[in-house]
Design a protein around this ligand. Structure first.
Ligand SMILES: Cc1cc2nc3c(=O)[nH]c(=O)nc-3n(C[C@H](O)[C@H](O)[C@H](O)COP(=O)(O)OP(=O)(O)OC[C@H]3O[C@@H](n4cnc5c(N)ncnc54)[C@H](O)[C@@H]3O)c2cc1C
Ligand SMILES: *[C@@H]1O[C@H](CO)[C@@H](O)[C@H](O)[C@H]1NC(C)=O
Ligand SMILES: *[C@@H]1O[C@H](CO)[C@@H](O)[C@H](O)[C@H]1NC(C)=O
Length: 512
């Protein structure tokens, strides 16, 4: 029904009542042409970018993955406050318009933080406040922040938080999926250090969630991803750090590989002795046959000679050594260089095994064996990295009533394995993803045969075809689903925000 009806038509209908008893506001608004684009009418040009605007194109280029940059949303919405997000969610529900939310935009899942033909909500422009509490025990921040912003601000008060290791990564995705941090050996995963969330729910309510208020949601948000609402503020534990610490990357050739794996294993096993040390051991390949190892080492004090790092420090012959005493902010900036790969296509695939020298070696060998099959791909940057979910990290998953990840200290210590690929040609997409899957499948099969496999899939490193929530175990998955039914009974965040890991499924169905 059109809203502009003539008096004659109304009279002709001989209405008993001017407004029908079954008048439907929703239908009337839809008839008036309310749709995704109506955000522009409500919020104005400054908060809504549409396809013809340069701010729309530059927003696309702020996404990390090349595939995400090619997704065309109907509009990019830049909320200023939680109520704006509430309105956007309600408009999305009214018009059945799909939406996505972007914090730092570093999801490796195409469609994880940008949605074709829908509303892509972007926090970076107008929701990037940070504050340190007067007692200096907590830092609160909105989701438009990167870790560099947070560390730079916290350092002014001699503080740090347990966040990401790369400057330009966002706070939103990392904190909702878990979070592996330089200081994880002291504090655990990033999500276990969150004290409260300000959350916009499916019905557009703005609530504060902590261990006492909405305790079930508090548990679910620690690992449940984007399935429970849009977080508009995180309040996290702060701790004194700095002004400097020690760290950086060292690069080695093949001759050092076995010594590096020994040092990786021993540091992982010894983590309970000194949680200040951190490591990422990665392997990379360049055609025709250059095999390199990069080890990223940190110590949460300005000490280059911590005894727990002595085994690593004794490995000579580095091609390059960037380790030095520097601030946390500087370290994250240093690591951003090799990690960024601006504009390239990106792919992640992850799995988990018991911490074991043989498993680390077998997986590394499988990576190098298989990589020759894709080495002709244009602009290929293939990497395989080994991290440790150490006993101290796993113990802290029990903090504040536990989290949704399904990990316990008895599971560990664990290897977190990640294949990370960059390439440029869309025609290579399928074989890139299949390569990553094959390295995972073969390594996981080898681990399974030795009783060293572990089901956990880290959401923040998962490929679109992996199902992290299922990996949390059937009890946790069922609990997450029942919490979702309570706060989001019509599954708004599953139906209308479809592009990421959901409670009942992977981001994509099938396999690449
Ligand atoms: C270069 C690089 C370095 C990395 N380093 C680390 C690291 O040190 N430690 C680690 O654990 N992981 C790391 N990761 C993985 C990282 O945790 C994930 O890529 C994560 O998703 C990035 O968060 P983001 O906010 O930048 O991503 P986005 O793409 O913005 O968001 C990812 C997902 O989270 C959702 N989301 C974001 N904000 C909100 C919100 N406020 N409310 C509800 N949902 C939201 C989005 O909708 C999307 O589905 C790294 C990744 C890259 C590419
Ligand atoms: C109002 O209209 C909408 C859209 O057609 C419909 O989904 C809804 O069920 C209607 N509400 C009532 C109370 O009839
Ligand atoms: C670490 O030890 C080396 C020698 O073993 C010494 O040259 C260096 O100054 C020490 N560095 C720090 C920061 O203590």
């Amino acid at each position: 029904m059109k809203r502009f009806v003539s008096f004659a038509a109304l009279a002709a209908a001989a209405l008993a009542q001017f407004e029908a008893t079954d008048f439907n506001v929703t239908e009337a608004l839809l008839d008036n042409g309310i749709d995704c684009n109506s955000l522009k009418v409500l919020f104005g040009d400054d908060q809504v970018e549409t396809r013809s605007e340069t701010a729309y194109s530059s927003w696309l280029n702020s996404l990390w993955s090349g595939q995400q940059r090619l997704i065309a949303p109907e509009c990019v919405f830049k909320p200023e406050k939680p109520l704006d997000i509430s309105t956007a969610i309600l408009i999305a529900r009214l018009t059945e318009c799909p939406f996505a939310a972007k914090s730092g935009g570093h999801s490796s899942v195409p469609g994880g933080s940008n949605i074709a033909g829908g509303i892509s909500i972007s926090f970076v422009e107008k929701m990037n406040a940070i504050s340190v509490s007067s007692d200096k025990k907590t830092v609160s921040f909105q989701p438009g922040n990167t870790w560099l912003n947070i560390y730079t601000r916290a350092a002014k008060d001699g503080l740090a938080v347990n966040g990401g290791r790369v400057a330009s990564v966002g706070v939103g995705g990392l904190l909702l999926g878990g979070g592996i941090s330089y200081t994880g050996g002291i504090n655990g995963m990033s999500c276990d250090n969150i004290i409260s969330y300000e959350l916009v729910t499916a019905s557009g309510l703005v609530i504060n969630v902590d261990q006492n208020k909405y305790a079930d949601l508090y548990w679910a948000l620690r690992g449940g991803g984007n399935n429970f609402g849009i977080v508009t503020k995180f309040t996290v534990e702060a701790f004194p750090l700095g002004p400097t610490m020690w760290g950086g990357m060292r690069t080695y050739t093949q001759g050092a590989f076995s010594a590096l794996i020994d040092a990786y294993y021993n540091l992982g096993m010894n983590a309970p002795q000194d949680g200040k040390a951190h490591q990422i051991l990665s392997f990379s390949f360049r055609a025709p046959n250059v095999q390199l190892a990069n080890v990223e080492l940190e110590y949460a004090e300005p000490n280059a000679n911590a005894s727990i790092l002595a085994e690593y420090n004794a490995i000579g012959g580095a091609l390059r050594d960037q380790t030095a005493v520097r601030s946390l902010a500087e370290l994250t900036t240093l690591l951003d260089g090799p990690a960024s790969g601006t504009g390239l296509r990106q792919g992640f695939w992850t799995w988990t095994m018991k911490l074991d020298k043989e498993m680390a070696t077998v997986a590394k060998d499988i990576f190098f064996e298989e990589v020759t099959s894709i080495s002709d791909a244009a602009d290929l940057v293939p990497a395989f990295s080994l991290q440790v979910l150490s006993t101290p990290i796993l113990e802290k998953t029990a903090k504040r009533g536990g989290n949704a990840l399904g990990l316990t200290a008895a599971d560990g210590p664990l290897i977190n394995a990640l294949v990370a690929l960059k390439w440029s040609n869309p025609a290579d997409d399928t074989r890139m993803w299949r390569f990553a899957q094959k390295v995972k499948d073969r390594s996981f099969a080898a681990a399974t045969a030795k009783g060293k496999a572990h089901p956990y899939v880290y959401m923040n490193y998962a490929s679109p075809w992996q199902d992290p929530v299922a990996s949390y175990g059937s009890t946790n998955k069922a609990r997450l689903i029942s919490i979702s039914k309570k706060y989001d009974p019509t599954s708004v965040f599953e139906r209308l925000q479809p592009g990421y890991f959901k409670l009942t499924r992977a981001a994509y169905s099938g396999s690449p």
